[in-house]
Design a protein around this ligand. Structure first.
Ligand SMILES: [Cu+2]
Length: 332
């Protein structure tokens, strides 16, 4: 029941199925950038193929034509010219024209990618080991990126720990998340559907699980989704809110609920246990202990574990912390 209710907000470490691509080697193109990026890519690819094949062709032709029949015969006589100005100019100027053309086209594409329209819908993305969180203009935080189709969207990117990189292949856009500074990217989605979002900067053990979903809504669908999700969160029973926070806030990457030990201790059977800490003291797991573990994890480090839990002070509301407490209680 819980999983049904949360189907749309829970982080789901599996890859969203993106619609099949209409291109042989590119992912589906779902933003206005795609045709330019793919066009330039195809041009470079085929130019390289033609250039390589012509060079190999001429090379093999010369190998055969001028092969040494005997040492004397192969010696080049004085009558063979060593220099041909017309040829040299040709093979310098033609590639130069190609390079200038590629530069101009690439630079235009770059400027377009880097210049967000003024009236874009702004969504904040936060990278953290090992998840993405998206904050919408109304304050709603979600592990999925929801956007309307045919509308400019600007994503303002931050990282709370190490370098990450927000990569949405279907939109042909990618930007680093750098701790201590803002970066951004923008796009205009042209197709509705679900597309994968990756982290494209190696960021530690679970980097490859740092996957999210971009959902592009049909006209009207974005507002309807937002209304529904906000209403659902308002009326959610605490234990379900706790499960949602577990999925969304990254607790999941370090705490299991099935008894297995990940980076941190499992939450299964945690409630009511007596804990011994690195400094030798001990405490019983109750409401105050859990709240304190979330807000000030360094104050009581469980024996046998590294003090690697980040503090959530100020990031979780009382209501959310209460939800987590109820959820841990439910994990017998
Ligand atoms: Cu990452």
């Amino acid at each position: 029941m819980i999983s049904n209710l949360l189907a749309s907000t829970a982080t789901d470490a599996s890859l969203p199925k993106s619609p099949p691509s209409n291109d042989t080697w590119m992912p589906i193109d779902a933003s206005t950038f795609a045709s330019h990026v793919d066009g330039l890519y195809d041009f470079l690819f085929w130019l390289s193929v033609v250039a390589a094949l012509s060079i190999y062709g001429v090379m093999f032709y010369f190998i055969v034509k001028y092969r040494a029949k005997s040492r004397e015969a192969s010696e080049v006589g004085d009558d063979v010219s060593h220099h041909n100005t017309a040829l040299e100019i040709t093979w310098s100027v033609i590639p130069l024209l190609f390079c200038v053309g590629i530069f101009v086209s690439g630079f235009k594409g770059y400027v377009d990618l880097r210049t967000a329209p003024r009236e874009a819908l702004e969504i904040h993305a936060q990278g953290q080991k090992w998840k993405w969180l998206f904050t919408y203009p109304n304050g709603h935080v979600d592990s999925e990126l929801h956007v309307p189709v045919d509308q400019d969207v600007r994503i303002i990117i931050q990282s709370v720990d190490v370098l990450h990189s927000l990569f949405i292949p279907a939109f042909r856009t990618k930007m680093d998340a750098v701790p201590g500074r803002y970066t951004d990217l923008w796009f205009r989605a042209t197709k509705s559907g679900e597309f994968p979002v990756f982290c494209a900067e190696y960021c530690g053990t679970s980097h490859s699980d740092m996957i999210a979903k971009a959902v592009v809504h049909e006209p009207g669908g974005y507002d309807a989704w937002m209304e529904e999700i906000v209403a659902r969160l308002d009326n959610m029973p605490p234990v379900e809110l706790g499960k949602l926070m577990y999925d969304q806030q990254g607790c999941k990457t370090c705490h299991s609920v099935d008894g297995s030990t990940l980076v941190g201790p499992s939450w299964q059977g945690l409630w009511g246990k007596t804990r011994t800490f690195a400094d030798g003291s001990s405490a019983v797991v109750d409401e105050n202990y859990i709240r304190n573990s979330i807000n000030d994890p360094m104050s009581q480090v469980v024996q046998g574990f590294a003090p690697s839990m980040p503090t959530y002070q100020g990031k979780l509301s009382d209501k959310q912390i209460n939800g987590i407490i109820e959820y841990i209680k439910s994990l017998k």
